[in-house]
Design a protein around this ligand. Structure first.
Ligand SMILES: Nc1nc2c(ncn2[C@@H]2O[C@H](COP(=O)(O)OP(=O)(O)OP(=O)(O)O)[C@@H](O)[C@H]2O)c(=O)[nH]1
Ligand SMILES: [Mg+2]
Length: 306
């Protein structure tokens, strides 16, 4: 690759990834960056914060913002997540609106479209999970329908899972970005602190290994993070907070087996992320109804609302 000559100015800016829960937003961010920055799960409402991922090339810096799935929130914690996503819309240069190839006429997609009407930002409609279609012809009515609703900058069928169509998305975004500075150093892929990424990887394993309501009642905090250069490892202690004693028992599991498995899988991912050997100590603690407690929400790094 050649460096851009001075007259070829850098193009840079912010790109929101929005859509209903579980449509594959975080999977797409990870695919674009070729790094696991954002956790993913087959359950809705996995992502709770804005997750920033930065794609650098000689001529561009694209700052992607993965957001919580937009849905009809039933409680204040979920409303906080939806507000986090909606507030991103007015702060970016390009919006990627993800829908699923099948079941694309969901009421929530219409709600998101209403919110997109309020901003003047170019919107790319990305129809995801095309690998799961039996016949690509199923896309045609979806494309027709959405084309009738709004003037999208472009409509691209993709698979965030296989990478199909993702290069085309990046190319389209590159053309839409304004000239601008490199907001972050070239070797940055996220502005999320390592502690946050580590806590998220632990939370992801709870999503993968435990079903029903428990993952939603879990928050993870890293308590200590110590480089032990003489032992050639990073020593991490983290606490998995749950809301009730019964949940604590399930997270620990019979003879501690569940907690052990969460720790093992999380450690493997954390070692990959940090490029270091890792010792991971996990604790489980009951923090009654933390999702409703503004003080605890702040401690856990979530907006506490009002
Ligand atoms: N078959 C298929 N599955 C996909 C694709 N993209 C994502 N998935 C799966 O869909 C599920 C949800 O993916 P996520 O990336 O966590 O979805 P999300 O939109 O970030 O979800 P929330 O954060 O909960 O809003 C996971 O099981 C993914 O593996 C795709 O292109 N094809
Ligand atoms: Mg997500």
């Amino acid at each position: 690759m050649t460096n851009p000559s001075p007259e070829n100015k850098l193009r840079s800016g912010y790109v929101a990834i929005v859509g209903a829960p579980n449509v594959g937003k975080s999977t797409l961010l990870n695919r674009i960056l070729n790094e696991k920055i954002s956790i993913t799960a087959s359950k809705p409402q996995t992502t709770r914060n804005r997750i920033m991922g930065i794609l650098n090339s000689p001529g561009h810096q694209m700052i992607f913002v993965d957001t919580p799935g937009i849905h009809r929130a039933r409680d204040s914690f979920n409303r906080m997540m939806v507000d986090t996503a909606l507030s991103t819309l007015s702060e970016v240069d390009v919006i990627c609106f993800l829908i699923e190839a099948s079941g694309a006429d969901r009421e929530i997609d219409r709600f998101i479209l209403e919110n997109l009407q309020k901003v003047n930002t170019p919107v790319l409609l990305l129809i995801n999970k095309i690998d799961a279609l039996r016949d690509k012809k199923e896309l045609l009515p979806v494309i027709e329908k959405f084309r009738g609703i709004r003037d999208f900058h472009t409509i691209i069928p993709i698979s965030a899972l296989t990478g199909d169509g993702v290069d085309a998305v990046v190319r389209e975004i590159a053309e839409l970005l304004p000239e601008g500075p490199r907001y972050y150093p070239e070797d940055y892929i996220t502005d999320q602190p390592e502690r946050f990424l580590v806590a998220e990887l632990i939370r992801e394993k709870v999503f993968h290994l435990i079903h029903q309501e428990i993952p939603y009642a879990v928050a993870v905090m890293v308590d200590t993070f110590t480089e032990e250069a003489d032992r050639n490892l990073i020593s991490i202690e983290a606490t998995i907070h749950v809301e009730r004693d019964s949940q604590k028992a399930i997270v620990i599991g019979k003879n501690g087996q569940m907690l052990k498995e969460i720790g093992k899988q999380a450690r493997e991912d954390i070692e990959r992320l940090l490029g270091w050997r890792v010792y991971l100590g996990l604790f489980v603690r009951v923090q009654k109804n933390w999702r409703k407690d503004p003080r605890v929400l702040t401690d856990f790094g979530y907006p506490s609302g009002n």
